[in-house]
Design a protein around this ligand. Sequence first.
Ligand code: FE2
Length: 322
Amino acid sequence: MAEILGIGCSHGPIILTPPEVWHKGRERIYARVSNYEKPARLLEELGQDNGLSQDRHDHEKIMESFQIMHDKLHEWNPDVVMIIGDDQAENFLQDNLPPFCLYTGEEADGYPFRRAAQTNLWDADPETKYTFRCPKAFSQDMRNHLIRNGVDMASSSSLKGWDWGLAHAIINPLMFLDPEGKFPLLPLFVNCYGEEAGPDYPPRPTPKRCYEVGQTIRKFLDTRSERVAVVASSSWSHSFLAHKFQCREIDIEADQRSLEFVRTGQGSKLAELTPEEIQDSGDHEILNWIIALGILGDRPAEIVDVRDSHTQLAYRVAAIWN
Ligand SMILES: [Fe+2]
């Protein structure tokens, strides 16, 4: 049996920035929704200071939870860190749009601070480059196993669309979990946004298929001796994607239901979500977690933190599967 540590976390661009600038991102998103009317709970959280007190509180909690996950990861000392994250028209563009793609290169670079032309928590230069070594032979073996066992996994060892380096879903959590690149990094890209990522994009894969992909990865890991940390990288319901609420607010109720399944070791229930439910609640990115759940199997998670404030525009869960 494989030894697997599970980690679930958010990758939202704001996590790299101080809470004093979070309102800018929020305002950009509000501007995207025509005649945006703020829900009552959002107005309450914005309070008298345009949400600054709420943002400072959420920032503190997010930093605390990343510290806990960082410490766990380094204490566990994996041979490979596999990060499952969605590509949002970054590394994958119209010329090639796979539902899933495993990175099989030898190393990967990233410029996490280029993306947002605003202050980052470290006051680092926007051109700061991070390089991560990758487990080439291991990822090729994983890809080959997947294809031979019914999952036609795409792979890339030299991605185009690489201007910023690794997509933010992969590199943002690394800034907290392993910025030094101590552990070999294996990225798995997922087209979570589907048609909503841009013109000519194919539909996102179904929750059922994502879970099966996870289960097949697990079968591969069970043949290996490497100790693997699997990181599910994404927030859950996003307000600007929740069609049930006209893209105005996050679907807390749906996410609380999913959270209970994750907490109690019934992650396989998330594979039963329908594509319509995902679309309605703006849970597009939870597909990353569903793949991780397929790998981890039905084992209870320790929920490190939940951020469900509307000012965050997304439901953020931090979790560890020991
Ligand atoms: Fe995202």
